[in-house]
Design a protein around this ligand. Sequence first.
Ligand SMILES: [Zn+2]
Length: 411
Amino acid sequence: MTGAVRALERCALLARLSSLPGGIERVTLSAEHAAANALVAGWLREAGLEARQDPAGNLIGRREGRAAGLPALVLGSHLDTVPDAGAFDGMLGVLLAIEVADRLRGADLPFALEVVGFTDEEGTRFGTALAGSRAFAGQWDPAWAERVDADGVALRDAAAAFGLDPDRIADAGRRADELAGYLEVHIEQGPQLEDAGRALAAVSAIAAARRFELTVTGRAGHAGGTPYDRRRDALVGASEIVLAVERIARETGTIGTVGRIAVEPGGVNVVPGAARLSLDLRAETDARRDEVWQRIDGFAREVCGRRGLRWEAAETYRADAAVCDPRLRAAVEAGIRTTGDADPFVLWSRAGHDGLAVSAATPFAMLFLRCGNGGVSHAPEETVTAGDVAVALDAFEAAVRAVAASGPEPR
Ligand SMILES: [Zn+2]
């Protein structure tokens, strides 16, 4: 059996460790999380790695390099899922990392090799996205232990039931001098590779993002009795802004999404007095993201001025882009080239990934793999081909060899 076929078979085995009958759902600190860690730990040992679970519930396999105690090149992804998930988001990256470790048995490496299956990348249970990788990178926030899931169970209690010490999760943090970098393979979760007819891409950066709660305030009035020239209709103003978000985002190669809108008072015969909107912005760079926001904000002020409305914007979230390390990205591109693709495709990641968190501790780079069905992900229809997985595995192995050949990391 080839490594790619074995990785796909293991994806199918992991898919069975689910709390959702007939589907896949595996959230952090659950019985399924424990079962997945136990199963994958066995595969890590088969590949010649020493396996352990860290104080955050991440699963880590390690094999020493040419000398004991060298900084580790970390390969990995996550083992948790969204509700009703696909079988490849996260898991495939962990399993391909194990295959690379298997292929590199006996290789003379100037770093230790670690394979990590992160927990809680998705934040499904407690709303703590990237919690496992943040803990690994020394960014655990003790306040997260007090978060509560939908059943009223605190993370602290779930961690204790899982066998962890909820007051020592931060001990999962790794020092920068223990690490030589982080490489991750992940499905693209979008259609760009499929549309381009390409199997693989090197990732340039993980999106910069900002989120806002926007409020447009006008004046409620009787739908029959309020003439148009007297109306201060918050929803019509908000609608102009929603359309502008799409137009400006398209013009700038960024992504803007209004995912939620609520209108007050919400009567069928009442002119809307207020509209509250969410806004999610993503861009390849911080500067582009901020420039798009300035344009949207400027347009909204103009609309609201013209229509007699009030405009308020409250920022609720901001994450700067995590730019892939040039040296590691060059190794990923060299890896792709060894598969016969002379001019590697480059994409910025519209979605967040563990690398975003890990980059606080060590440089990172990513390899994207085409997913089919129009790039659908976070859904049971998520799919990959065995051929693409085989090519991704070859590229991943070659990328690790390229990192090894590029010599000691400049510090
Ligand atoms: Zn993922």
